[in-house]
Design a protein. Structure first.
Length: 83
């Protein structure tokens, strides 16, 4: 399960994250790197605010996951752009 920690006007995903962890699911969270999203294991004590105010894994975290590992992705958002 991959979860983004949303911005102010987006859905609060923390209850979803907490429930997923409680029932034994793996939870991943992204960090923006240039134009890519890198996915990391979720850990409350390893989060910091990005320049946009979004919680993301801090720079000390270094093991990434690929999208093919996810069964479910929850992405709160106000606007989406695809190429």
């Amino acid at each position: 399960m991959a979860v983004t920690m949303g911005m102010e006007n987006e859905l609060n995903t923390q209850p979803i994250v907490d429930m997923a962890i409680k029932v034994g699911k793996k939870v991943f969270i992204p960090r923006v790197s240039k134009k890519d999203l890198l996915w990391f294991d979720y850990s409350k004590d390893r989060l910091s605010r990005s320049n946009f105010g979004i919680l993301e894994p801090n720079q000390e975290v270094n093991f990434t996951h690929s999208l093919n590992e996810f069964d479910l992705m929850i992405v709160p958002g106000v606007t989406f752009y695809t190429r």
